[in-house]
Design a protein around this ligand. Structure first.
Ligand code: K7E
Ligand code: CUA
Ligand code: CA
Length: 651
């Protein structure tokens, strides 16, 4: 189980000391291998049958946008882009703007009051029932700011953002459990937390030199999807990935750490030959809380923080600097990939439980028992350069992505999976290689992270595209490649450029979502009876407006405001027709909101610029779209008299 790249080589690569092929291999990626389907074989139906794509679509894909701050949505197998869902970053095109107080509140750090409109989404995780997608929600984390967003699949809009306390951010692995009651969020970046936590852990922590501490946050999810901070477990290590078990691994939380060295620089993080896979007994965390073995912080007085010493936790060594941590469909095998090795470990939870019972232990660190890797592993596979993430299909195969090799290796799982694929002689061996263009990050098989994968397709989410598409400047798009995997060899059927920068995705059957997608909001119906109105509050220096927005008028069509006053407007779309959106953009003000059919939105802004400012509709909604506009007239306070108030004819 020796690493094939030595820590020294890795250190040299990190420092850029080496020239030549190895560095070029890393920096430039491989040469083209396995030519893509040639243009002559590539056929779209023509003439296009009406609704062809809609009728043949099988899955919605929800792809994290990375530094785009939300998610992309597209259809499989068409690979047609459908939408974006803004979450952590303002996006006026999709109507996600901070002048809406509800959105502003979601984007505001509850402890500092700062409006945070930067984000980095990594790991979408769909809601499940009995370990299988149920089409209610997709949750996703913001690595930069330690927040979790919940996207509601009836509207494809963000319904909640939960901020995680006690951490400065840098949170990576996120996972929703098999029944959507618990989600977990790792702290990837080591921290120097509040004194209460430092004292409770009892570790020497130097704020400048380190080593620091980190942990995992448990997030409870109510039946209606409302998330709340449940608990945190802190200890000596940071974590990269987190998975909540199911089936054979029910009741366990698994995490990986690539920096078991507890270093503060990249070279230091490669000093060991092996890092750890952690097994946390979830019941022991609940018990520690019930036994009052926790502290709380000033920031979050109602979130129990438990020490790793007070819970049941074990580790086992895995190939160094692990990245992928993925669980086979029955919950039995944990495949972990060592980024800077060629090795994939397959750890068997049944053997882990036996090792705990029979004390198959090779040592301990910080009081945590180290389970014998030779005992708990079903296999250690030597598969290729730069392994990243892993997915599973419905036929007993695992798919491992390779950043450096730029391909996906299909591997036959052993144990109970042999009866699915029948490849007795080839277990834990490569049975197919899928060429990717280029440098695979995550993979997604529909349902490939659940108890019941749908199989049929795999999408390779490549970190680099290079020459694949029309070039568009130094910043190239991402490449999502679709393969069919119902047969061996797999077949590349399509490639799709997509914006920055997808990490993981979830592919959810159309049948679970399509029927419940709303075409309009019912809010406007509820707001019927709220006539347009304008109210002047001289004490608060506020103008409160209820404005009706319907083809092709804003009512009121004029709004007079004393300069410097706050405008609080409730915009009510009266539309019920499908796909008729309006908007409210205000000349020379930083205000632009979008109104979906039947949507009611509040906006707030200060009318600080005097003069005549038109508000106009931003969607081409009818033949009178251009005429759909009104005036906000802002009058200097010295010139304001109450007779200038906007008066509406009473209804
Ligand atoms: Cu590999 Cu954040 Cu899952 Cu990117 S992570 S690829
Ligand atoms: Cu309403 Cu354009
Ligand atoms: Ca390491």
């Amino acid at each position: 189980m020796k690493a094939l790249i030595s820590p020294k080589l890795v250190a040299a690569l990190l420092l850029g000391l080496l020239a030549g092929t190895v560095v070029f291999g890393f920096l430039l990626g491989p040469v083209v291998q396995g030519a893509a389907t040639s243009p002559s074989q590539y056929q779209r139906p023509y003439p296009m049958p009406n609704q062809f794509y809609k009728q043949t679509e099988e899955f919605y894909v929800f792809a994290s946008g990375g530094q785009q701050g939300g998610m992309y949505v597209y259809g499989v197998p068409s690979m047609k882009y459908l939408s974006e869902i803004p979450i952590f970053v303002e996006d006026q095109a999709w109507g996600w703007v901070a002048e809406d107080p509800k959105i502003r509140q979601m984007l505001t750090n509850p402890w500092t009051g700062e409006l945070i409109t930067r984000g980095d989404t990594h790991h979408p995780s769909a809601s499940k029932t009995n370990g299988v997608y149920d089409g209610r929600w997709v949750f996703v984390n913001d690595k930069q700011h330690a927040r979790i967003g919940r996207v509601d699949l009836d509207t494809f809009r963000t319904g909640q953002i939960l901020w995680i306390p006690n951490t400065t951010g840098g949170v990576h692995g996120f996972n929703v459990g098999p029944d959507t009651k618990l989600a977990v969020q790792n702290f990837e970046h080591e921290q120097y937390p509040e004194k209460a936590i430092r004292d409770h852990l009892g570790l020497a922590i130097d704020p400048i030199k380190g080593p620091y501490v980190a942990g995992v946050a448990g997030i409870r999810i109510a039946d209606d999807g409302t998330m709340s901070n449940g608990w945190q477990v802190w200890g000596p290590w940071q974590f990269d990935m987190a998975r909540i078990g199911w089936g054979d691994s029910s009741g366990w939380l698994m995490t990986t750490a690539y920096n078991t060295e507890r270093a503060t620089d990249a070279v230091g993080m490669f000093q060991r030959d092996q890092d750890y896979l952690f097994f946390w007994n979830l019941a022991s965390i609940e018990k520690a809380i019930a036994d009052k073995k926790y502290v709380t912080t000033e920031q979050a007085p109602d979130v129990p923080v438990v020490s790793w010493k007070d819970v049941e936790v074990y580790v086992t060594p895995i190939p160094l600097n692990p990245h992928g941590l993925d669980i086979s469909p029955t919950g039995k095998y944990f495949l972990t990939s060592g980024k800077a090795t060629t090795l994939i470990a397959a750890v068997d939870i049944e053997k882990v439980l036996l090792a705990i019972k029979d004390q198959k232990v090779i040592g301990e660190e910080f009081g945590v028992k180290i389970l014998d890797p030779d005992f708990v592993r079903a296999a250690t596979m030597d598969l290729g350069m730069g392994p990243t993430h892993i997915e599973f299909d419905d036929k007993g195969y695992a798919y491992v992505g390779f950043f450096v090799d730029s391909d996906i290796k299909k591997v036959a799982l052993g144990g109970p999976y042999v009866k699915l694929h029948g490849q007795q002689d080839k277990v834990w061996k490569v049975v197919d290689v899928l060429p990717a263009h280029y440098s695979v990050g995550h993979l997604v098989v529909p349902g490939g992270d659940t108890a019941k994968p749908y199989g049929k397709y795999i999408i390779s989410m490549n970190k680099l595209t290079k020459d694949t598409f029309l070039n568009h400047g130094p910043l190239e798009s991402e490449n999502h490649e679709l393969f069919t995997i119902g047969q061996t060899p797999a077949k590349l059927v399509d490639q799709m450029p997509l914006g920055p920068e997808t990490h993981y995705s979830q592919a959810i059957p159309v049948s679970l979502i399509q029927g419940k997608t709303k075409h309009s909001y019912s809010e406007a119906a509820a707001a019927v009876g709220q006539q347009p109105s304008v109210e002047y509050d001289y004490a608060a220096k506020e103008v409160r407006v209820t404005m009706s927005v319907v083809r092709s008028f804003f009512t009121p069509g004029i709004l007079t405001v004393p300069q410097g006053w706050m405008v609080k407007a409730k915009l009510i779309s009266g539309e019920t027709a499908m796909d008729i959106s309006h908007g409210f953009a205000l000349d020379s003000y930083n205000v632009s909101v979008s109104l979906d059919p039947g949507e009611v939105r509040d906006i707030e802004f200060v009318a600080d610029k005097a003069g005549v400012h038109w508000y106009y509709c931003i969607w081409f909604c009818s033949e009178l779209h251009m005429e759909m506009r009104g005036r906000m007239v802002v009058i200097p306070q010295s010139e304001w008299t109450p007779d200038k108030e906007t008066k509406l004819p009473s209804a």
